[in-house]
Design a protein around this ligand. Sequence first.
Ligand SMILES: O=C(O)CCC(=O)C(=O)O
Length: 258
Amino acid sequence: MRLRERPLRRVRSVYKEREIYLQEDGTGRSGNFRGIFRVDFMGSGGCIPVTPGEHGAMTAPLSIRDFSLFHGFLDRSAQESMVADLRAALEVAPLVQPVTPRGRPMSVRMSAAGRFGWITDRKGYRYSETHPDGQPWPPIPDSVRAVWDAVVPDARPPECCLINWYGEGARMGLHQDRDEADFDQPVVSISLGDDGLFRMGNVERGGKTESVWLRSGDVVVMGGAARLRHHGVDRIRFGSSTLLPKGGRINLTLRVVS
Ligand SMILES: O=C(O)CCC(=O)C(=O)O
């Protein structure tokens, strides 16, 4: 992850935002409500097929800027059991508040599971085989790994599950995920808890962006032409979900690192 250390206000003056609302049927409607935006169903437009089954309803991905969005991929009970699995992982590897290499504290709290975790401190951004407290990371829970296997069956196994926790007011600036060795491998994101406004930009810095509210149970695949696109989370709707009793949003990103 390469965070841009610019204040949000300045970013907003450069980027033109358009919000897209995902609908229950997997289609999207643009923020100006002039009609259905664009839908790529399975097998078209480079979208990744997904098989129906234990993950609840069949979810056809919506393709926006080559990001594949699987709305409602996890049903409520799958979300609850994933949260229980994550709580166990966080007992081993507690959330920390990282600082950027310039010493600025990030608003999200982070931990990880898998062989590697992504960390940042005054020494820089990097993957590490140990938590900042020196312990190895816990294994990626099977429930999380199953999502990867379902949405990107041809990819290599994930080596990192970054766990981001967004409390009230937390956000994540536009950035690219480029600390991994192989950009042919996708990044898969799973959202749990409160809604988060996910912004999708370009490979180069600047230009127009589009945003979508991600809800609990949504999955996003950032692969192919989307792999190096800038993305971030402008804000969350604190308290919008009942999944986490005290509110907040968890985002998991599964990555192949080496
Ligand atoms: O929270 C999200 O939805 C995105 C997280 C993200 O961009 C990242 O971890 O690199």
